[in-house]
Design a protein around this ligand. Structure first.
Ligand SMILES: [Zn+2]
Length: 341
């Protein structure tokens, strides 16, 4: 049986189309998951517009933010059954014997391959998922929200694990995309006072940041960063899709503060990093997430402590992927979601 899939077939810009693909065969440690919802990620857009900086295994089905029902189980799969409501982590292929995997940081295993670029992703009806990637979706949490566990986990890792934010800290988040807004929401949960910074064209997305209790700022956040004691903010989370914003972050951060960079931007920079030294600032990258983070995020979503509804801009059928991508790419919506079935 064949199903429609959103396929990224070549490295050239715009090389995405609907193709008919066969139902994937599963291995003994895999399940076959029938996709209920799949979020469109900034990285899906980057592959579509060909400004990504990671290797893609063409042709590949896009989509790594997904959830659905288990419809088939491999012979060695234990503790799961047909009909279970699940979401899947993104590290589809890992080396279990890599030292990083063995300490639970399989997301940082250099040989890791993720859904949507390394192996076929979830913008289709059925996806093959290793059972170790699965998490149970709590009853009452709809898939439209549960499929956003992935970007929430990216934000949790950047904000809670890789940054040290204490109640009363002041935090600036640069970039009001999905990850930026979710980082801002997480920083609020950590007890910080938070501003979210974007461009003139980001007004609507900044307003959504505002609905999470964050101060929206268009353009220059220097004045906000200097409020309180004139020294800058405790932490800057850089979630913009360009790396030049690191220069802004160096300006806003206070001496002995921290910058966490979670946004990708492949272009080289041409400014001095001396302020990093002079201010004794910690520069921290943040990538992906692992098992304990997913469990925490699912708990936050199920409890309603973290509400992702404000960022959901719409749900589109698979055939309408282009509209869903376009709406998000133009900044009209923060997060587009597809419904393959
Ligand atoms: Zn993503």
């Amino acid at each position: 049986m064949k199903s429609s899939a959103v396929v990224n077939f070549a490295p050239e810009k715009g090389s995405v189309e609907i193709r008919e693909i066969l139902e994937p065969e599963i291995g003994e440690n895999d399940v076959l998951l029938e996709v209920a919802n799949v979020g469109v990620c900034g990285s899906d857009l980057h592959q579509w517009t060909a400004d990504h900086s990671w290797p893609v295994n063409y042709p590949v089905v896009l989509g790594h933010e997904f959830g659905g029902h288990i419809v088939k189980l491999g012979s060695e799969v234990k503790n799961w059954k047909e009909g279970d409501r699940v979401v899947s982590e993104t590290a589809a292929v890992i080396d279990a014997n890599n030292p990083l995997s063995r300490q639970g940081l399989y997301n940082l295993d250099p040989t890791r391959k993720g859904f949507g670029y390394g192996v076929n992703g979830a913008m289709t009806r059925f996806v093959r998922v290793p059972a170790r990637c699965l998490h149970q979706v709590p009853d009452g949490l709809p898939f439209e929200q549960a499929c956003l566990t992935e970007p929430c986990s990216v934000a949790y890792n950047a904000t809670v694990i890789n940054s040290s934010i204490k109640p009363g800290d002041r935090v600036i988040v640069i970039g009001p995309g999905t990850i930026g807004i979710l980082c801002a929401a997480m920083a609020k949960l950590c007890g910080a006072e938070v501003a979210i910074v974007g461009l003139e064209t980001d007004q609507e997305r900044l307003n959504i940041g505002n609905s999470y209790g964050c101060t929206p700022i268009v353009g220059d956040a220097t004045a906000w960063s200097q409020e309180y004691d004139g020294l800058g903010v405790d932490c800057v989370i850089d979630a913009a899709g360009v790396s030049a914003t690191l220069q802004m972050a160096l300006k806003y951060v206070r001496p002995n503060g921290q910058i966490t960079k979670v946004g990708w931007g492949p272009k080289p920079l041409n400014f001095s990093l001396d302020p990093l030294v002079q201010k004794n600032v910690r520069l921290q990258g943040s990538f992906s997430h692992n098992w304990p983070i997913w469990e925490k995020v699912l708990h936050l979503l199920a409890a309603g402590t973290l509400d992702v509804k404000p960022i959901i801009g719409g749900v589109w059928k698979l055939e309408d992927w282009h509209t869903a991508f376009e709406q998000m790419h133009s900044g009209k919506v923060v997060k587009s979601i597809l419904k393959p079935n």
